[in-house]
Design a protein around this ligand. Structure first.
Ligand SMILES: [Zn+2]
Length: 137
């Protein structure tokens, strides 16, 4: 095992000096970009404030999902706006396909099956969108 005493510190410092210089150069060059980004973030906040809107996420269709909007949280983590959201019937079909393909049921599938059962007991239609309301964390 190499001990710190066997390290050629002079050579190490010499080699690191070039890298440190490059890092400092890139840092100095990127400062104006960080300043511009910060200014744009401030402008974006001002626009959102003017509309009284808070962004929750963005749908794959490009639509903003705002706090208070209905959205669907996909298994893979994607968020879909209400328009793009699947119906409960779509989700039920996906769960059934996962189980048929031997990829389930996992806890999420079991939770959804409970939801389908409760909906059936209450006489709720599975044709409604599978959505929840976005709320601030
Ligand atoms: Zn969408």
């Amino acid at each position: 095992m190499t001990t710190s005493r066997s390290i050629d510190r002079e050579k190490l410092s010499e080699e690191l000096a070039e890298i440190e210089k490059a890092i400092q150069t890139i840092d100095a060059l990127s400062k104006p970009l960080r300043t511009a980004e910060s200014a744009l973030v401030t402008v974006r906040e001002a626009i959102l404030d003017r509309y009284g809107a808070v962004i929750y996420d963005k749908c794959e269709c490009g639509a903003l999902i705002l706090i208070g909007d209905k959205y669907h949280h996909c298994r893979d983590g994607e968020m879909l706006c209400e328009e793009c959201a699947p119906t409960y019937a779509d989700v039920k079909k996906q769960v059934e396909e996962r189980i048929a393909e031997g990829r389930g049921p996992d806890q999420e599938d079991l939770d959804m099956m409970t939801v389908f059962e409760v909906m059936a007991e209450r006489g709720d239609s599975l044709d409604q969108k599978s959505v929840v309301v976005a709320s601030a964390a």
